[in-house]
Ligand binder design. Structure first.
Ligand SMILES: Cc1cc2nc3c(=O)[nH]c(=O)nc-3n(C[C@H](O)[C@H](O)[C@H](O)COP(=O)(O)OP(=O)(O)OC[C@H]3O[C@@H](n4cnc5c(N)ncnc54)[C@H](O)[C@@H]3O)c2cc1C
Length: 388
């Protein structure tokens, strides 16, 4: 089913992204990122130069001013993922545009916007978002990282874990406890900068997939964070700020899930048409034909749903529970499609030289991060039943 959400300006942008992918996102680069465990800064700078990142930065600060029009971000994901070599870069760009920039663009003070956004648009400054801690993930109000008020700022102590881009980030939007108890107003977001005394980026975590994009532990030991780094300049707004941006994070995961599902279908079609067994292409067996038909139909439904969610987001109407539905439903379908794709590749589906195998490993975390799919169902259940 043809999608109808893109206009000429988006189609032109897609050509630009395709050019970039052809030039910079090679097999060699992918292996280099895997080996290093991170995407190199030069590629991030080049992506910014070409306009692939900084999409969510307002124009007055050097970005594209497209925070609300998620179609541009979707195109970046679609093309990077389709290439089979660009998943790590898609991840790194996503952290910058969907997870780090929006907290400054939406909630930052004028001074914070002026200080951070122009350099984030060019990727001279890379950001990360740190909520999860060794002792708590789903239950955000259980965080133990504290920011105690002192003259001119805060003293931060604690640790975060599983932080995407945590090793490469120059600044980390960090969820901390500034008050007593666990009421929503006990939490704030502060910017912790690379090089601040007592801030350690910790080790890179070894993951089952997504090897080319860094995920790190962070620790804070008596880190002095100046008042000017309190996001929005007012204490106690962190929880609400997170809740306001989480629909975007969840939409972004839904988009990635749809893009991966579509790519998995394409890879599986190509493979099964060229691979022969019992004297005919694997694609000609009735089982393969039915599975491919199911995969194609699911991909169409996913895009129809995700495209609608992108529209709602643009209109400022994508609610937390609608975004939660998109996140859990799309990542569950993505998982089924990838599993089927691996199966139809036979033994080669298990070999990581094949994009289907890499996508399978990369995608496992989609049902976990951005809020687990169980927590997503809880959010939806609360909305549909009206019961806590
Ligand atoms: C590769 C990777 C990248 C990540 N990137 C980031 C990042 O950039 N920033 C960041 O802050 N975090 C990040 N995370 C952390 C991620 O968001 C958390 O792992 C996730 O929210 C789950 O938290 P947890 O690991 O503490 O699991 P837990 O909360 O301990 O959950 C364990 C199990 O209990 C279930 N569970 C928990 N509560 C409920 C409930 N109420 N009802 C039913 N079941 C429940 C969960 O669904 C899960 O199955 C990342 C994680 C990974 C693996």
């Amino acid at each position: 089913m043809e999608r109808d959400i893109y206009e000429e300006i988006h189609n032109d942008f897609r050509e630009l992204v395709k050019e970039f992918v052809k030039r910079y996102v090679t097999q060699e680069k992918m292996l280099e990122w895997d080996e290093a465990g991170e995407v190199d800064r030069a590629t991030m700078l080049a992506a910014a130069e070409q306009g692939l990142v900084g999409l969510s930065v307002p124009e007055e600060f050097g970005g594209a001013g497209m925070l609300e029009d998620y179609r541009f971000r979707s195109i970046v994901n679609e093309e990077l993922i389709r290439s089979g070599t660009g998943a790590a870069l898609a991840g790194a760009l996503g952290i910058q545009d969907d997870l780090a920039v929006p907290y400054i663009a939406r909630f930052g003070t004028d001074a914070q916007k002026q200080k951070w956004l122009p350099k984030m648009a060019t990727c001279e400054v890379l950001g990360a978002l740190a909520m999860t801690e060794p002792g708590t993930g789903s239950d955000l109000r259980g965080v133990a990282t504290t920011a105690k008020k002192t003259d001119g700022g805060y003293i931060v102590n604690g640790a975060k874990t599983f932080i995407s881009s945590g090793k490469t980030a120059d600044m980390v939007v960090t969820f901390v406890k500034t008050g007593e108890g666990n009421r929503p107003d006990a939490f704030s977001l502060v910017i912790i900068e690379d090089g601040m005394e007592g801030f350690d980026h910790g080790r890179k975590l070894q993951k089952m997939g997504a090897h080319g994009h860094d995920t790190a532990e962070l620790s804070f030991s008596d880190v002095f964070v100046p008042d000017e780094n309190l996001i929005g300049g007012v204490e106690g707004h962190g929880f609400v700020q997170l809740m306001e941006n989480l629909p975007l994070e969840r939409l972004s995961i839904g988009v990635v899930a749809a893009a991966i599902s579509e790519a998995a279908l394409e890879w599986t079609l190509d493979y099964t048409k060229s691979r022969e067994a019992f004297g005919k292409p694997v694609a000609d067996f009735q089982n393969s034909r039915f599975r491919l038909a199911e995969m194609a139909t699911t991909v169409d439904v996913m895009w129809a749903y995700v495209d609608r969610a992108m529209r709602l987001f643009e209109q400022g109407e994508l609610s937390a529970d609608e975004a939660a539905k998109v996140k859990f439903w799309c990542t569950e379908r993505e998982w089924e499609i990838l599993d089927q794709g691996v199966q139809l590749h036979g033994g080669y589906g298990y070999i990581t030289e094949y994009p289907i195998a890499r996508a399978f490993l990369d995608a496992r975390v989609h049902r976990i991060y951005g809020g687990t799919n169980e927590v997503m169902r809880e959010i939806v259940a609360r909305a549909v039943t009206g019961r806590k």
